[in-house]
Design a protein around this ligand. Structure first.
Ligand SMILES: NC(=O)c1ccc[n+]([C@@H]2O[C@H](COP(=O)([O-])OP(=O)(O)OC[C@H]3O[C@@H](n4cnc5c(N)ncnc54)[C@H](O)[C@@H]3O)[C@@H](O)[C@H]2O)c1
Length: 282
């Protein structure tokens, strides 16, 4: 497939017809969750979106309308009452759930610079709560509504596996998130609920803007991944359809890389420009 191949959105179909899913993490039309939402709706899924606080409500509501849904609910994962209210409302509206997309992360921007060793206890705890524990808290509630099996996905990054510049405590949280995927897969498998992660390559989003030198990271990935490019929302959306639909019914506990193959590289590509040229060019 080339970059000009039709995207997941254009490949409309019925792979997810009859499925209802909750998508958490749309902040705007550059969010990874938005890429997944568009792709699953193009395959016939019905979705509910959440927004974190009133500031994002204004952005998320028109996006929900674009997807043809009016199920748009508030949820801040640090507030248990708002998580409970979300699931109570979903139970009232839909009665059951087939899939859940967890595309939520947060860390203090100031601690995504400098040394990991200087991470404060407060930010360590907050980062783990929002970016890792929330998946478990949501999965526990989703399980009750997934009465006919289900599929849960979360979003992770290569910084969980290897040290990446400026990823710091978020890398530690993503490592714990990937371990959570395995434990949740084992717990929920008996009820035919699958739990997987997509490890996405760098994409310019609101959350990514908190990471220093992000443009440099993007360029480095473009030059050094096997496909010689970075990934798009549409690339992640297509893999989201696979993991959320029955196409992947035998797959659980997996971390699936959607990174143009970057994670298989051991060194920079021979044809990639020198690092100093890339950095000054970024
Ligand atoms: N952008 C990348 O390069 C990249 C790469 C790999 C993985 N990811 C992961 O993808 C996921 C989505 O991030 P994104 O890049 O699309 O950025 P984004 O800023 O569009 O999305 C992050 C979302 O997290 C939500 N969020 C943060 N704190 C929350 C809270 N307390 N309660 C509820 N929601 C909360 C925000 O509202 C926002 O919608 C994150 O887990 C991120 O780590 C991003």
């Amino acid at each position: 497939m080339t970059e000009t191949a039709p995207g997941a959105e254009q490949l409309a179909g019925t792979l997810m017809a009859g499925k209802r899913g909750l998508i958490m993490g749309v902040a705007n039309n550059r969010s990874i969750a938005w890429g997944i939402a568009k792709a699953v709706v193009a395959q016939g899924a019905e979705v509910a979106l959440t927004y974190q606080g009133d500031a994002l409500k204004k952005r998320v509501q028109p996006l929900a309308a674009e997807l043809g849904t009016n199920v748009v609910l508030p949820c801040d994962v640090t507030d248990k009452a708002s998580v409970d209210a979300l699931f109570a409302e979903l139970e009232r509206t839909w009665g059951r759930l087939d899939f859940l997309v967890h595309a939520i992360a947060f860390s203090d921007k100031n601690e995504l610079d400098g040394r990991y060793v200087d991470t404060s206890e407060e930010n360590f705890t907050q980062t783990m709560l929002v970016s890792c524990y929330s998946l478990t808290a949501l999965a526990r509630r989703a399980e009750k509504l997934m009465t006919d099996g289900g599929s849960i996905i979360t979003l992770t990054y290569y910084g969980a596996e290897k040290v990446m510049p400026h990823y710091n405590v978020m890398g530690v949280a993503k490592a714990a998130l990937e371990a959570s995927v395995r434990y949740l897969a084992a717990d929920l498998g008996k009820n035919n609920i699958r739990v997987n992660a997509i490890s996405a390559g760098p994409i310019k989003t609101l959350a990514a803007s908190g990471i220093a030198d992000f443009r440099y990271i993007l360029r480095w990935n473009e030059y050094n991944s096997p496909l010689r490019r970075t990934v798009t929302l549409d690339d992640v959306g297509g893999s989201g359809v696979y993991l959320l639909s029955d196409l992947s019914k035998g797959v659980t506990g997996e971390v699936h890389h959607v990174d143009a193959g970057y994670h298989v590289q051991g060194m920079k590509n021979e044809d990639a420009p020198d690092i100093s040229v890339v950095k000054s060019d970024a």
